[in-house]
Design a protein around this ligand. Structure first.
Ligand SMILES: Cc1ncc(COP(=O)(O)O)c(C=O)c1O
Length: 503
């Protein structure tokens, strides 16, 4: 494997054959098979007996012909060209790429959960409905809210759901409103969701502390403001200290407060969005609890609301009936479905398993460790990579490489690429946009002191190189399967079709 284990930081050894790994089609040899079932005398009907003939393929499907051994080796080799949180530290700020306990996967793999079709009627899926009810109750307890929908498939889907709820609430009062306020440090999905929800974005600046500029907020508020979207801790990893005052100001003009819960792991069991004054909260279950994410994996973005918004929630929601059984109920002013079925159910099951196995004290410890780890790292590397805002951070530390750029023309991107050679996933760079040469480290609560120290030492080595041999940083990474790529090309020259060879 090309990556060093945390703590060893051994230089990556070239992986044999990794630059020449053929595609599965190049490995294909006519007639080879993974395995072939023995012929029996059981009658096999032609496919036309099961499917309408007009829907059957007329040409054989183009598949590679390889032996099982070659097939397994090929995909195993490819998997070794990738970095994963199971291999090492993944301090990708804002994304919370923490290690997820395998126990939660075991629960989600239970055939009684994994093999149930979502269309199975309620009387045959009482256990699943109980899981949904229990999870909804737990999430409401954690966030200080009254009711929740589990349907949204990820954070951004939760944001859109929340904005539709905001709209439904205002429209029901005959007061549609026009604008939603967002701080300039916000995650890109926030303004996108506002626009999709049919509102206009009003951006307010952060002040010199990296927090919401309360005076600017006052100036932006008015009777046409539907609400404000905030994440707390915010995207520079700082706690919005004036949150209660902010909530009061927004409520005074009749607006609602939306909590982007992407950073909820920083405050679990310590403070609740509901107690801060928020009306709508989305949670990224895949960050806060127990689902491995990234690479387009499944997420879940339940949305919890205060009592005055519960009647608008998407339906159906699982609920306990008077006789103690579980049933599906749609709230009477529901905005409708936001998912074809009940949400990404196995992600929901993992989250409940994680919550139950930790318990209240365990969840609070998660938040404490997340905050401790980020602050430890921030202090440990302060002499070479100062924090963008000189104050205690929450679960992530936004550092700046401005001085590296000025001294040796070494940029945040160079540091991130070089770090990959040392066996660490890169931090988030150039986000939030308001910080020059930003490197956003989120070690997460699952990293040990040894792995944090190992990361700090790697940064020290890179810092020394920035002065002695800056070109080596511009050339990095040199030992990974893919070297520096053109960051913009994939977006500008999207190839979503088959290649010239028809594969
Ligand atoms: C602050 C913040 N909000 C929203 C999102 C969107 O969440 P998702 O990726 O689950 O759609 C993210 C994702 O990284 C985030 O960091």
């Amino acid at each position: 494997m090309a990556y060093a284990a945390p703590g060893s930081r051994a230089k990556s050894a070239p992986l044999m054959g990794r630059d020449t790994e053929p595609t599965i089609f190049e490995m294909s040899v006519e007639g080879r098979r993974a395995y072939q079932l023995r012929t029996t005398d059981i009658e096999v009907k032609p496919m036309g007996a099961y499917l309408p003939v007009e829907h059957l393929a007329t040409q054989p499907v183009k598949l590679a012909s390889v032996s099982e051994r070659d097939l397994v080796a090929h995909f195993t080799r490819l998997s070794h060209r990738q970095f994963a949180v199971d291999l090492g530290m993944y301090p990708l700020g804002s994304c919370t790429m923490k290690y997820n306990p395998k126990f939660c996967d075991t629960v989600a793999n239970e055939p009684g959960l994994a093999k149930v079709h979502p269309g199975t009627p309620a009387h045959l899926t009482q256990g699943w409905l109980e899981i949904f009810v229990d999870l909804e109750n737990r999430l409401c307890e954690i966030t200080g809210m009254a009711a929740a929908t589990l349907q949204p498939a990820a954070g951004a889907a939760g944001e859109l759901t929340g904005l539709l709820l905001m709209r439904a609430y205002h429209e029901a009062r005959g007061d549609a409103r026009r604008r939603v306020i967002i701080p300039d440090s916000a995650h890109g999905t926030n303004p996108a969701s506002v626009t999709l929800g049919g509102y206009e974005v009003t951006t307010i600046p952060s002040d010199e502390r990296g927090l919401v500029d309360v005076e600017a907020l006052k100036g932006a508020l008015g009777p046409d403001v539907a609400g404000i979207m905030l994440t707390n801790p915010n995207t520079v990893g700082l706690f919005e200290e004036e949150i209660v005052e902010i909530a009061g100001l927004v409520h005074e003009v009749g607006g609602l407060l939306y909590y982007d819960g992407a950073n909820l792991n920083a405050i679990l069991g310590v403070v609740r969005p509901g107690d801060m004054g928020f009306d709508i909260v989305h949670m990224n279950l895949h960050k806060t609890f127990a689902t491995p994410h990234g690479g387009g994996g499944p997420g879940a973005g339940p949305v919890a609301v205060a009592a005055h918004l519960a009647e608008y929630l998407p339906g159906p929601r699982a609920q306990r009936a008077a006789d103690g059984s579980f049933e599906w109920v749609t709230p009477h002013s529901s905005i409708g479905r936001v998912h074809g079925w009940h949400g990404n159910a196995l992600v929901l099951a993992r989250a409940l398993a994680y919550i139950e196995v930790h318990g209240g004290e365990g969840l609070t410890a998660v938040a404490h460790h997340a905050v401790l780890n980020a602050n430890w790292l921030k202090q440990r590397v302060a002499a070479i990579l100062p924090a963008a805002y000189d104050r205690p951070c929450m679960h992530e530390a936004v550092l700046t490489a401005t001085s590296w750029k000025k001294a040796n023309d070494v940029r945040a991107l160079d540091v991130a690429k070089r770090l990959m050679e040392e066996g660490f996933h890169a931090p988030t760079v150039y986000f939030p946009l308001i910080v020059d040469e930003a490197l956003m480290f989120e070690p997460t609560e699952t990293e040990s002191l040894q792995s944090l120290e190992s990361l700090a030492q790697a940064l020290e080595i890179i810092h020394a190189e920035a002065q002695s041999d800056p070109q080596s940083l511009h050339d990095a990474p040199r030992t990974t399967p893919v070297r520096r790529v053109d960051e913009a090309r994939a977006a500008r020259q999207l190839m979503a079709t088959e290649d010239a060879a028809g594969r």
